[in-house]
Ligand binder design. Structure first.
Ligand code: HPA
Ligand code: MG
Length: 226
């Protein structure tokens, strides 16, 4: 698979592709909350790597949005950490380059997962009236895009409010046969189709307090199964 992403006016955006055989880092190489000791198998993406990649995405976003203020639409709950860190980097970059873009953050909540399985029904909970997006440049911020079903539904919903432009930032995009990568303008990491937790991504509401992105162990899967 090519390591290069598409071209646009910002130039070449390089893509980070995590291969199918990447086992993650051994747990003893990093620190993490003691209460998850038996529940995770490996550190898949360390927190520091997530942060630096997020800073890079902030550069791409600044280049594309130019002088437009950014209406950020954070997809809860999984997107809250990525969104907070991304917006912070956008502000720091703006400050350092005298190109201070105004950012307004709104939240939308979607739910479609039970245990580690995607369910058919998607619910938009909270903030259904997005009429303040009319004529604005919108950045949807989502932690993970896998089947793309959620994102497609959300994009359709957002478009009905006639924004000027809509871009999508996804920290993780899963590599699937019918990949949703074309939906995502700013991709942190392309990963294999496996279930990951941490950095606000949950397994039945657990593991959001883990800073790294990790792979669950069998014990963890059993312990927190509903
Ligand atoms: N982890 C947590 N939540 C998710 C995932 C995942 O891999 N995919 C979609 N929602
Ligand atoms: Mg979830």
């Amino acid at each position: 698979m090519s390591a290069l992403l598409q071209m646009d006016n910002a130039g070449i955006k390089r893509r980070i592709v995590i291969k199918d055989d990447w086992p993650g880092y051994s747990l003893d190489l990093f620190t993490y909350p003691e209460h998850y000791h038996d529940d995770i198998e490996s550190i898949y993406i360390p927190h520091g790597v997530i942060m630096n990649r997020t800073e890079r995405l902030a550069h791409y976003i600044m280049d594309d949005f130019r002088d437009d203020n950014i209406m950020v639409l954070c997809v809860l709950k999984g997107g809250y950490k990525f969104c907070a860190d991304l917006v912070e980097f956008i502000k720091i970059l703006g400050r350092n380059s005298n190109k201070y873009l105004e950012t307004r953050v709104e939240f939308i909540r979607l739910k479609s997962y039970l245990n580690d399985q995607s369910t058919e029904d998607l619910h938009i909970i909270g903030c259904r009236d997005l009429s303040f997006l009319r004529g604005k440049s919108v950045l949807i911020v989502e932690a993970i895009v896998d089947t793309g079903k959620t994102m497609k539904a959300l994009l359709k919903h957002v478009e009905t409010f006639e924004p000027k432009m809509v871009k999508v930032a996804g920290l993780l995009v899963k590599r699937l046969a019918n990949m949703a990568e074309s939906l995502t303008d700013y991709v942190g990491f392309e990963i294999p189709n496996r279930f990951v937790v941490g950095y606000a991504l949950d397994y039945n509401e657990y593991f959001r307090d883990l800073n790294h992105i990790c792979v669950l162990s069998r014990t963890g899967k059993m312990k927190y199964k509903i």
